[in-house]
Design a protein around this ligand. Structure first.
Ligand code: 5GP
Length: 207
């Protein structure tokens, strides 16, 4: 699929601070648009339909999947998640950069379809810190926390499939790192060529 916008894929285990980091990037970089996924999981307190996710039931998700509406989809922690194919293609074709906040399974599917996608994995500073963050979320039972840690480790084992790894030790440093990745992606030749077609056509004329 020929596109003009850059596609960024950001994955992380829960507790790595991915959503905070992504929201900070979106705030300072209006060129990047966030894809809102469909999910069958129930909304959490404070989440709004159409903002964090499009919340749908399993039957609706299955119907969309059968129709081929999803560019990628995956089951994560017993819920289904999917990225809208049509919205994404529209944004990229209009020259916008798009960021997908999806898990490693989705990243794998996206990489196959868009080999030029820039994939980024956010890591917590250490396993001890990750455990502290996952524990700090509430008064969950120990077995719940243990299974969360196991799930986080399972996600992190896929770090090597990504183009970039960012350690979220200090939020401001991690944000600068993420912004640097976005900026350098825009300087890639294919991206510059798409932004300045006439100049490049002229410069690349063969004698
Ligand atoms: P949560 O339910 O905590 O918001 O997200 C759980 C996991 O699902 C996270 O790793 C998140 O990145 C991932 N996720 C969210 N949307 C999508 C999607 O559209 N596709 C895939 N593959 N994963 C997603």
């Amino acid at each position: 699929m020929a596109t003009t916008g850059n596609l960024f894929v950001v994955s992380a285990p829960s507790g790595a601070g991915k959503t905070t980091l992504v929201n900070m990037l979106l705030e300072r970089d209006p060129q990047v648009r966030l894809s809102v996924s469909c999910t069958t999981r129930a909304p959490r307190a404070g989440e709004q339909n159409g903002r964090e996710y499009n919340f749908v039931d399993i039957a609706a998700f299955a119907a969309m999947r059968e129709r081929g509406d999803f560019l990628e989809w995956a089951e994560v922690h017993g819920n289904f998640y999917g990225t809208s194919r049509e919205w994404l293609a529209g944004q990229l074709n209009a020259g916008h950069d798009v960021l997908l906040e999806i898990d490693w399974q989705g990243a794998r599917q996206v990489r196959r379809i868009f080999p030029d996608a820039v994939t980024i994995f956010i890591l917590p500073p250490s396993l001890a810190e990750l455990e502290r963050r996952l524990r700090g979320r509430g008064q969950d039972a120990d077995d719940v926390i243990q299974s969360r840690i196991a799930a986080a480790l399972g996600e992190m084992r896929h770090v090597g499939e990504f183009d970039f790894a960012i350690m979220n030790n200090d939020l401001q440093v991690a944000l600068a790192d993420l912004a640097a990745v976005a900026r350098s992606a825009r300087l890639r030749m294919a991206s510059q060529r798409a932004c300045q077609p006439e100049l490049f056509r002229f410069l690349e004329l063969k004698d």
